[in-house]
Structures are given as structure tokens and as C-alpha cells.
Design a binder for this molecule. Structure first.
Ligand code: MGD
Ligand code: MGD
Ligand code: SF4
Ligand code: MO
Length: 709
């Protein structure tokens, strides 16, 4: 297959339209170039997106594997699927919840939907979740609470229209380069500006017209200070608030004194005032993991939405825009039956449950009553002995989840099935490994962060023993309940048609999006209830400017039809620094590397680099040996090379997420409303590289004792 085919980049949720070409001989993607006809990205792509697609690092899986003692040995598909199905069936007979399934925002809609169908409708387990909860769950919860539906109201079309671009707890210069270019272009206009809120002076902060550095984890308080100041100085858009929202008075009653909240956030009132001024012009407020990945994450995201509502920053050129990470996180949110049934149907609504069960042809009683405790909660259930089998699909929890040593131990206690394209840390612990086709080899669809559905296409074959995710999922599903799917190989278009029918008439209506339409138009935004229309700015009908212009109307799918303010109080950090662990560890992304690094690093054993302010490094000079030291949390010790860097605040250490060692250190505390982990702050200290044990668990060293405990 050597001709160019239109497809979508699957390396982040910007969703750039591309043409890709397969290699002449063998397998893989030869060349990638931007698709100038694409309605969202018009030929743009970024360096990592192209490189990682053309030439991913990592060891490809080429055949099914089964554990024999300490090693993974090649086996046949028949045997691999037979063994896995037998384990599933035995566990289900005991209790459906004893099977855990962990999915991903890196599957096609078709595979994500099929996995949800097997997990919820075939197995019937509440213990189904995905790595999207490690990422977007706080934003998702905030959107539901404010608007009655998930996904950003604005689209990419709004970026050039905004005058103030507030990037809060996100680093799109690194994580979403193409989208960042649009932000920079718009912010460069006269009277426009880029405002960045981040404790670390990130690559994005370096470009900012106004840079605000709150103390880590205090975003909720900064947002509340800002709201209190806006209320106190009478800069609320009362007309918008009165006409289209509810809960404003309760919010105002709950607000602290602006100065005291600002103090908690570690910023001056002058900074708060400058931020308040910025919101006076049409504002797009983008946020990312710096906000979501916190035990205050949902409240902080809600408060950012409050800020937009209170200042009338909803409508074209304005609004709360959460930046989705993985290429198909949005699809997982809409179709995978994780938090909601396909089409964002409420999980506990009896009528919707009945529709889903009858579409799937499964007994209603099989659908689990609750959507489950989240990935960290599932690991907890494993530790309590309530889960016997775990199936991971396109996710690497042994490296990606917090307190990863604990996750690794837990997964060693269950029968672990890993479905991946590459040899990941999780694969190494599996009992059965199912090798899957990946980008460039797979047909299906994806959804970008602004709700646009587009095709992903295969430009290369795979080796014979590698199968499509969709087919592996269907083969296992049919062994559990023979009526779940047709006999694989499945036609992705038929599966997508099932998704379309289940979303018909819902808030996330994709029924008007067909494969033929996608082939013609390349990318179509939901809601698209028919084949002629597609979604634009959500909840809104009216003219293109101003918030209360004549002819404008808003309708939100909430009980009252109004957008809802939320009140909140700050809970502090789950693991504040103290005399024993005086430094704060924060984690983030680097250009050129991706998530747990399975496809973007030469070797998993390289010593990670930790960035630290030179002043802080200077305080620990006696713990350094030729730049090398040990970062120690209550859970682990990790040897690192220190890189002095004054963009990191004093008292903090920055490590990237791409080295699997980093999550041995992180704290498994989660946000109570979203189950999203608090990846961005935990307490650590430095230790001498030549002393003590290499790894500790839950504060207890594997050998010896830690000084100072
Ligand atoms: N190059 C690259 N691009 C990627 C990825 C990748 O791994 N590499 N991964 C993709 C995925 S899955 C995702 S989810 C996105 C993530 O994209 P981002 O959310 O932009 O990524 P992060 O680097 O995790 O965090 C963003 C910023 O939050 C800041 N931050 C940390 N703590 C706080 C805090 O307490 N308050 C505030 N306000 N800010 C804080 C960090 O300093 C960092 O600059 O990127 C996607 N794109
Ligand atoms: N400390 C810290 N930890 C974090 C974060 C952080 O900011 N700080 N961020 C969190 C976030 S935002 C995210 S999204 C998670 C990601 O967490 P993970 O899901 O654990 O990490 P990835 O590296 O994205 O793993 C994806 C896996 O899917 C496999 N894969 C890729 N394509 C395919 C395919 O087509 N089919 C199959 N079957 N497999 C495929 C890859 O080889 C890889 O093993 O990490 C979280 N972990
Ligand atoms: S911005 Fe994202 S979707 Fe676009 S080319 Fe880069 S990695 Fe791919
Ligand atoms: Mo993510």
C-alpha cells in the first residue's frame, strides 16, 4: 500500500488532518504530510505528530504471548483467546465485578464503543474505566454540572475571535502545538493578549504578555479571589447572569475575601486585579492538567467555568475551553459507556439503560448499577481481593498511574491481560498479551477536542499475527455472550452505524455523521442530527458578537434550562510538604515525548532528569554526586540527574511524565467528584545517591530504614 490516504493524526486531540503513505515493503507508515483540505487544520501538523507517526520508538508486539513462569512465550490466537475467555467466564460466574477492564483515549470510537459494550453489557462489571479519567475527568464533571452536557462549548473557530487568551494550567506550546499557533496568532493582534497561569514558567508562559505564578495546587483559590474581586468591583455581566444562569447568589455568598484567597494562592492583589481586567475583553479560557489533576480539580474547573459565566464570556469568541489530551479522549467520553451510556445518556436513568440493553441485546439486569470507582479505586478493589482478572487495552497503568509500584504489585496479584501494540511496562507483567494493530494500520473514526469526528485509515498492513483492536474485543466479547457482535473481522462502519443509532436524539447526536459524509467532508462536528448540519458553538443560537445581543438565545440541557454556577471550598493539598518531605514534586510534559514514553524513548531504564531551581539545588549540594541525587517520596526513591532551571519555582522539583519511574513517587489521592488523581503535587525530599534502598512502598523501605522518618 504505497498511495497517500487521508487520515487523522492520533498523537494528540488537536486532531490534525493528514495524508499518510505506507512503506513500499514490509509494514509501517513511510511519510506523513498535512492535509490542506482539512476543515480544522488546513495542512498544519507538528514535529512530534509527524515523527511519532512515521517512526515510533518502542518494541512492536508481533504475536500473542502467554506467561510460562517468569517469561512470556509465543502462543496461538486460539489458545490466547481461549485462556482469557475461560478466566473471564469463571470470574463472571463468581461476580461480574471481579473482572476489571481499563480502556483508553487512544482507541478508535469503534473499538472504544465495543470495549464498553463488552465490559458493561457482556461482562456486566462496574470496574470499567479508562486512562481518560487520569486526564479529563475533572473537566468533564465541571461541564456536566454547569451545562448539563460534557465537551467545550467553543470550537477552534472561536480562537481568532478572542482578544484575551487565558491559558490556565496547560502548556499548549508543548502539548498542542498546532492549536497553540492559532492562539499565538490571535494574541498577537493589537488589543489582544496571552495570559498564562502556571506555577512553572513553562514554554507557554515564556510567550505570555501577562504571566501569573500561583502556588501549586491553589488554582481554586486564585479563581475564587478573582471572582470575589470581580463581584466587589461590580464587573459582573448581570444581564447575562440574570437571563441565562442560576446559582449566582449562592456562589457569591460562598466567596472568600479576595485578599485572603489571593494570599492562599500566593499572588498579590495587583495580580488579581490585572487578571480581572483581562476578563473584560472577549476571553477564551483554556485549561489543562495543571487544573484537572488535583484533589481540588473538579472545583477548580467549575470555578473557571463560573468565571466565564459571571463575566458573560460565553458565546462566539469566548468561553471555557478545556484542552483534551489523547487523540480520542473525546470519543471515549461520548461512546465508551464509562461515565455515561453512548450519547452521554445518564448512567442511572432507567429509560436510557433499557434502550442501551435492548440495542445490545443483553438483559437489563446485567448492566452494572454504578459506573464504578475510577482507576485508582479499581486498584484499591484489587488490593481488597475483589478483582481476579484485569484486561488493559491501549493503556499502561504500571507506568501511568499514581503510586505505580503499588499498581504493579496489584496487577501481579490478578490474571492480567494486556492488549497493546508495543511492549509496555504493563505488558511485562501480563499473563496473556494480545498484540493489536495501531495508527496507520487501523480503520475507524476519532473525535478531536472540539467535537469533530474524522476518519483514521490504514496505510499499512500488519504482520499476520497482529489483529485489529475491534476484532480482538469482539472475539472476546462473543466468547462471553455469543450474540454481542457479528463474527470478526468486523466492519468498523457497521459498528459506527450502531454508535450513530445510539446517539440519535441525544445531546451528543452523531446520527448525521456517516462514513460517506466523512469521506466527502473529512471532519464533522457533533451534534449533527442530520446529514446536512453540524454543531457549532454549543447551546447558542444567535448573532456572532456580544453576550446579550438581540436575537440571541441560549438553551442548556440542565433541569432548569439555565447554566449553573457552582460554589466550592478549598481542601488544600492532599500531601503538603513538611519538615520530613520539604520539597514539592510536580510532573508535566516535554516536547518530543509522549505520555509513559512507550513509543517515544529509546530505553525505559534511562535515569530521569529532574529540574530544580538553582537556589533550591544549592541548599542540597551535599546530597549531589556529580549532578546525580535521589528523589524520595513516602512511596519510593528514584535516582535522578538534577538540572538547575530557574523556570521551576523554589522549593519544587519538576519531572516529566515520560519516564516510568516518576509515578513510583506520586500520591494516589483522587478528586472526590471526578476520581482524577492528584498528579501535580506530592511531597518529596532529596537523599544521597549512594545511601539506602532503591524502592520503598507506602513509606516502608523494601530493605533497611529511611533516615529521618
Ligand atoms: N509533547 C506531548 N504532547 C502531549 C502529550 C505528551 O505526553 N507529550 N500528552 C497528551 C495528553 S494525554 C495530555 S492530557 C495533554 C496534556 O497537556 P497539558 O495539560 O498542557 O500538560 P502538562 O504538562 O501535564 O501540564 C500543563 C501545565 O500545568 C502546569 N501545572 C502544574 N501544576 C499546576 C498547578 O498547580 N496549577 C496550574 N495552574 N498549573 C500547574 C505545569 O507546569 C504545566 O506547564 O498533552 C497531550 N499532548
Ligand atoms: N505523573 C503523571 N502521571 C500521569 C500524567 C501526569 O501529568 N503526571 N498524565 C496522565 C494522563 S493525562 C494520561 S492521558 C495518562 C496516560 O496513561 P497511559 O495510558 O498509562 O499511558 P500511555 O503511554 O498513553 O499508554 C498508552 C498505551 O497504549 C498503547 N497503544 C497505542 N496505540 C495503540 C493501539 O492502537 N491499540 C492498542 N491496543 N494499544 C495501543 C501504547 O503502546 C501504550 O502502551 O497518564 C497519566 N499519568
Ligand atoms: S498537534 Fe497533535 S494532532 Fe496535530 S500533528 Fe501535532 S500531535 Fe498530531
Ligand atoms: Mo491525558
Amino acid at each position: 500500500m504505497t498511495h497517500w490516504k487521508p487520515t487523522t493524526c492520533m498523537r494528540c486531540a488537536v486532531g490534525c488532518g493528514q495524508h499518510q503513505r505506507g512503506v513500499d515493503q514490509g509494514y509501517g507508515v513511510d511519510k506523513v504530510r498535512g492535509d490542506y483540505d482539512h476543515p480544522a487544520t488546513a495542512g498544519l501538523s507538528c514535529e512530534r505528530g509527524i515523527r511519532e507517526t512515521e517512526n515510533p520508538d518502542g518494541e512492536w508486539l508481533t504475536e500473542p504471548l502467554i506467561r510460562r513462569g517468569d517469561t512470556l512465550r509465543p502462543t496461538s490466537w486460539e489458545q490466547a483467546l481461549g485462556v482469557v475467555a475461560a478466566e473471564f467466564i469463571q470470574a463472571i460466574a463468581d461476580d461480574p465485578d471481579s473482572v476489571a477492564v481499563l480502556g483508553s483515549g487512544q482507541q478508535t470510537n469503534e473499538a472504544a464503543y465495543a470495549l464498553g459494550k463488552v465490559a458493561r453489557g457482556g461482562i456486566g462489571t462496574r470496574h470499567f474505566d479508562a486512562n481518560t479519567t487520569l486526564c479529563m475527568a475533572s473537566a468533564v464533571r465541571a461541564y456536566y454540572d454547569a451545562f448539563g452536557s460534557d465537551a467545550p462549548p467553543p470550537t477552534y473557530d472561536d480562537i481568532p475571535e478572542a482578544e484575551t487568551h487565558v491559558v490556565w494550567g496547560a502548556n499548549p506550546a508543548v502539548a498542542h502545538p498546532v492549536l497553540y499557533r492559532w492562539i499565538l496568532d490571535s494574541a498577537a493582534d493589537a488589543d489582544s493578549r496571552l495570559v498564562v497561569v502556571d506555577p512553572v514558567e513553562s514554554e507557554t508562559a515564556a510567550d505570555a504578555d501577562q504571566y501569573v505564578a500561583p502556588d501549586p495546587g491553589t488554582d481554586l483559590e486564585l479563581a475564587r479571589a478573582l471572582l470575589a474581586r470581580l463581584v466587589g468591583t461590580d464587573r459582573i455581566d448581570r444581564a447575562f447572569v440574570d437571563a441565562y444562569t442560576e446559582g449566582y447568589d449562592e456562589l457569591v455568598d460562598s466567596l472568600p475575601d479576595a485578599a485572603s484567597a489571593a494570599e492562599t494562592a500566593g499572588v498579590s492583589m495587583a495580580t488579581v486585579d490585572a487578571l480581572a481586567d483581562a476578563f473584560a475583553d472577549p476571553t477564551l479560557l483554556y485549561w489543562g492538567m495543571g487544573v484537572n489533576q488535583s484533589t481540588n480539580g473538579t472545583d477548580a474547573a467549575r470555578m473557571l467555568v463560573n468565571l466565564c459565566l459571571a463575566t458573560g464570556n460565553l458565546g462566539p469568541g469566548t468561553g471555557p475551553f478545556s484542552l483534551t489530551g489523547q487523540a480520542n479522549s473525546m470519543g471515549a467520553r461520548v461512546v465508551s459507556s464509562k461515565e455515561t451510556w453512548p450519547g452521554q445518556r445518564p448512567f442511572t436513568d432507567q429509560e436510557h439503560r433499557a434502550t442501551v440493553a435492548s440495542t445490545w441485546g443483553v438483559p437489563l439486569s446485567r448492566l452494572p448499577a454504578s459506573s464504578g470507582p475510577g482507576p485508582v479505586g479499581i486498584v484499591d478493589q484489587i488490593n481488597r481481593g475483589n478483582v481476579d482478572v484485569c484486561w488493559t487495552v491501549a493503556t499502561n497503568p504500571v507506568a501511568g498511574m499514581p503510586d505505580a509500584t503499588n499498581v504493579e504489585r496489584s496487577l501481579d496479584d490478578v490474571f492480567l491481560v494486556a492488549q497493546d501494540a508495543f511492549r509496555s511496562e504493563t505488558v511485562e507483567h501480563a499473563d496473556v498479551v494480545l498484540p493489536a494493530a495501531t495508527w496507520g494500520e487501523t480503520e475507524g473514526t476519532t473525535m478531536n477536542m472540539e467535537r469533530r469526528v474524522s476518519r483514521v485509515t490504514a496505510v499499512s498492513d500488519t504482520v499476520d499475527a497482529v489483529r485489529q483492536d475491534l476484532d480482538i474485543i469482539a472475539a472476546l466479547g462473543n466468547r462471553i455472550d455469543e450474540d454481542l457482535f457479528d463474527e470478526p473481522p468486523l466492519d468498523p462502519e457497521t459498528v459506527f452505524d450502531e454508535i450513530r443509532s445510539l446517539t440519535e436524539g441525544t445531546v451528543a447526536d452523531c446520527s448525521g455523521i456517516t462514513y460517506d459524509r466523512l469521506d466527502a467532508e473529512l471532519a464533522v462536528r457533533w451534534p449533527a442530527p442530520d446529514e446536512e448540519t453540524q454543531g457549532g458553538y454549543r447551546y447558542y443560537e444567535g448573532s456572532e458578537s456580544g453576550s446579550t445581543d438581540e436575537g440571541e438565545s441560549w438553551s442548556f440541557p440542565t433541569d432548569s434550562g439555565r447554566a449553573c454556577f457552582s460554589a466550592a471550598t478549598y481542601r488544600g493539598l492532599p500531601e503538603p510538604t513538611d519538615a520530613t518531605y520539604p520539597l514539592l514534586l510536580t510532573t508535566g510534559r516535554r516536547a518530543g515525548a509522549y505520555n509513559t514514553g512507550v513509543r517515544t524513548r529509546e530505553t525505559a531504564s534511562e535515569v530521569p532528569t529532574a529540574r530544580i531551581h538553582p537556589e533550591t539545588a544549592g541548599q542540597y549540594i551535599d546530597l549531589l554526586d556529580r549532578g546525580r541525587t535521589v528523589v524520595e517520596s513516602r512511596r519510593a526513591r528514584v535516582t535522578v540527574d538534577l538540572a538547575p532551571d530557574d523556570s521551576v519555582p523554589t522549593g519544587a522539583i519538576w519531572m516529566d511524565v515520560h519516564n516510568p519511574a516518576v509515578n513510583d513517587l506520586t500520591v494516589p489521592a483522587v478528586d472526590p467528584d471526578s476520581n482524577e488523581p492528584n498528579y501535580k503535587q506530592c511531597a518529596v525530599r532529596l537523599a544521597s545517591p549512594d545511601a539506602g534502598p532503591t524502592v520503598t512502598q507506602n513509606g516502608l523501605p523494601r530493605t533497611g530504614t529511611l533516615d529521618g522518618d
